[in-house]
Design a protein around this ligand. Structure first.
Ligand SMILES: NC(=O)C1=CN([C@@H]2O[C@H](COP(=O)(O)OP(=O)(O)OC[C@H]3O[C@@H](n4cnc5c(N)ncnc54)[C@H](O)[C@@H]3O)[C@@H](O)[C@H]2O)C=CC1
Ligand SMILES: O=C(O)CCC(=O)C(=O)O
Length: 433
C-alpha cells in the first residue's frame, strides 16, 4: 500500500503485526491494502484497521477427569469498536493461534459493517481439541475461559457467539458463568444460546440461510439456474449442512460433501437430510454408505457449478484454485481463499461471494437475539427469517453495485462499503485529547 495513505510507516508496526509471515492475519492485511486506494480521504485512518484494539491471552487451567491438571491457551481479541460493542464467535480448535483470532476478529469488524449491524468486531478461541475432552472437561474449559475473559466481555462491551466446535450448550455455560460472576442473569452477554435461555429462533440456521440467500442472488446475476445446479460443500457443520439443505430444497444437486473425516460424492445428488441424520448419530460423515468415498484432495476436481467452502481458513490456494470448475464460490467459512487463489479464480471467471458478506447471516440473527434479550420481547421465526433475508439481499445488492461501479471484486467492494462505514465512525468520534 502507499505509505502516504497512512500516518504510521509499516516498519513501525509491532513485529507480530507484519504481513510477511502470511497466516490469516497477513491475508487480512493484504485485503486492507487492496481496499486502501478506494477509501479517499478516509485512507488517513486506515492504520486503525491494521492492528487490533485489544488482545487478551489467557491461561485456562482445568482438572481433567483423571485428576491431573491441564493448561490450555485462550484468546479474546477486540479488533475494532468504532461502530459499537465487539461481536464475534468463540472457536475451540487444537490449531487456534493468536494470529488466527486476530484475523477472525478483523473480519468480524468488516462483516458487521458490511451488513450495517451496530457492532465492532471481536473473536475468541481456545487452543484445545474439544473432541478429546469429556463433557465435564469441556464445561470446565468453557467456564474457566469465560471467567478469564470476563474482564473484557459484557452485553454492552463484547458479545461472544458460537463458531467452530462451539454450540448452544457452550453458550449456555458462558452465559451462566458470566452471570454468576456478575451476580445477575445477563442473557445478552452471548448470542446463539438455547431458545429457553433467551436464544433466538432461527439463529442456528441463520448463517447457512444467509449463504443460501446471497448465493441465489449471485446465481441470478450470473444467469445460473439454482434448480438442477451441482453444488459441492466443504464442511458439514452448522454452516455447511444448512446451506446444503437449503440448496437441495431449492432443487440443486449436492454432489459432494467433505468434512474432517472424509469426502463423499454422488452424481445424482446426496440425500442431505439423511446425511444430516447420520452426522447427528455418528458425529461426522464417515461411514455414510449412500455415496461414494473420494480421496480428500479429489474434492477440488469434482465437476460442480457452485462451491461452498464452509470449514476453515486457507482451503482454496494456488494448489487447487485452477482445478475448481464452479462458476460461483460462496464463502461460508471465514477466510477460506488466499489472495493469490482469489486472483486465479477471478482470471478464470469464477465469481467469489466473500465470507464478509456471504456468512453474515449468523451475526445478523445474533444482532436480533441481542435486541430481543435487551427488550425481553421475542419475535416469531417467520419475522426473523424475513428480516434476515431482507438485510442479506440489501447488503449484497449494495456490494454488487459498488463492484460494478468500481470494476473490483465482490471482496474489495465489500471492504470498500465496510471500511468506509468503520472509518467514517472513527473520524466522527475523533481521537483523545
Ligand atoms: N457458526 C456460525 O454461525 C458461523 C460460522 N462461520 C464460519 O463457518 C465455518 C464453519 O463453522 P461452523 O459450521 O460453525 O463449524 P462446525 O464446527 O459446526 O463445523 C465445522 C465443519 O468443518 C469440518 N472440517 C473441519 N476441518 C476440516 C478440514 N480440514 N477439511 C474439511 N472439513 C473440515 C468439520 O468436520 C465440520 O463438518 C468456520 O470458518 C466459521 O468461522 C461464519 C459465520 C458464522
Ligand atoms: O453470531 C455472531 O456473533 C458471530 C458469528 C461469527 O463468529 C462469525 O460470523 O464468524
Amino acid at each position: 500500500m502507499s505509505q502516504a495513505a497512512s500516518h504510521t510507516p509499516a516498519h513501525a508496526l509491532p513485529s507480530y503485526l507484519h504481513s510477511d509471515r502470511l497466516g490469516p492475519w497477513g491475508i487480512y492485511l493484504q485485503q486492507i491494502d487492496r481496499v486502501t486506494p478506494y477509501l479517499g480521504h478516509l485512507a488517513r485512518w486506515v492504520e486503525t484497521l491494521k492492528r487490533p484494539k485489544r488482545a487478551l491471552i489467557v491461561d485456562v487451567p482445568i482438572h481433567l477427569d483423571n485428576g491431573t491438571v491441564a493448561h490450555f491457551e485462550g484468546y479474546r481479541v477486540q479488533h475494532n469498536t468504532s461502530r459499537g460493542p465487539g461481536k464475534g464467535g468463540v472457536r475451540f480448535h487444537q490449531d487456534v493461534t493468536l494470529s488466527e483470532v486476530m484475523a477472525l476478529a478483523a473480519w468480524m469488524s468488516i462483516k458487521n459493517a458490511a451488513v450495517n449491524v451496530p457492532f465492532g468486531g471481536a473473536k475468541g478461541g481456545v487452543r484445545v481439541d474439544p473432541k478429546s475432552l469429556s463433557l465435564g472437561e469441556l464445561e470446565r474449559v468453557t467456564r474457566r475461559y469465560t471467567s478469564e475473559i470476563g474482564i473484557i466481555i459484557g452485553p454492552s462491551k463484547d458479545i461472544p457467539a458460537p463458531d467452530v466446535n462451539t454450540n448452544e450448550q457452550v453458550m449456555a455455560w458462558m452465559m451462566d458463568t458470566y452471570s454468576m460472576n456478575e451476580g445477575t442473569t445477563a442473557t445478552g452477554v452471548v448470542t446463539g444460546k438455547p431458545i429457553d435461555l433467551g436464544g433466538s429462533l432461527g439463529r442456528r440456521e441463520a448463517t447457512g440461510r444467509g449463504v443460501y440467500t446471497v448465493g441465489v442472488e449471485a446465481a441470478r446475476h450470473l444467469g445460473l439456474e439454482v434448480a438442477g445446479a451441482r453444488v459441492a460443500v466443504q464442511g458439514f457443520g452448522n454452516v455447511g449442512s444448512i446451506a446444503a439443505k437449503l440448496f437441495a430444497e431449492a432443487g440443486a444437486r449436492v454432489v459432494a460433501v467433505q468434512d474432517h473425516t472424509g469426502t463423499l460424492y454422488r452424481e445424482s445428488g446426496i440425500d442431505i437430510p439423511a446425511l444430516m441424520f447420520h452426522v447427528k448419530q455418528h458425529g461426522s460423515i464417515a461411514g455414510y454408505a449412500e455415496a461414494e468415498p473420494l480421496p480428500s484432495d479429489a474434492f477440488w476436481d469434482v465437476p460442480c457449478d457452485i462451491l461452498i467452502p464452509a470449514a476453515l481458513e486457507g482451503q482454496i490456494t494456488t494448489a487447487n484454485a485452477a482445478r475448481i470448475s464452479a462458476r460461483l464460490v460462496i464463502e461460508g467459512a471465514n477466510g477460506p481463499t488466499t489472495p493469490e487463489a482469489d486472483d486465479i479464480l477471478a482470471e478464470r471467471g469464477t465469481l467469489v461471494v466473500p465470507d464478509v458478506i456471504a456468512n453474515a447471516g449468523g451475526v445478523t440473527v445474533s444482532y436480533f437475539e441481542w435486541v430481543q434479550d435487551f427488550s425481553s420481547f421475542f419475535w416469531t421465526e417467520d419475522e426473523i427469517n424475513a428480516r434476515l433475508v431482507r438485510i442479506m439481499k440489501e447488503a449484497f445488492g449494495a456490494v454488487w453495485s459498488v463492484a460494478q461501479d468500481k470494476k473490483v471484486s465482490l471482496r474489495t467492494a465489500t471492504f470498500i462499503v465496510a471500511c468506509t462505514r468503520i472509518l467514517r465512525a472513527r473520524e466522527m468520534r475523533g481521537l483523545y485529547p
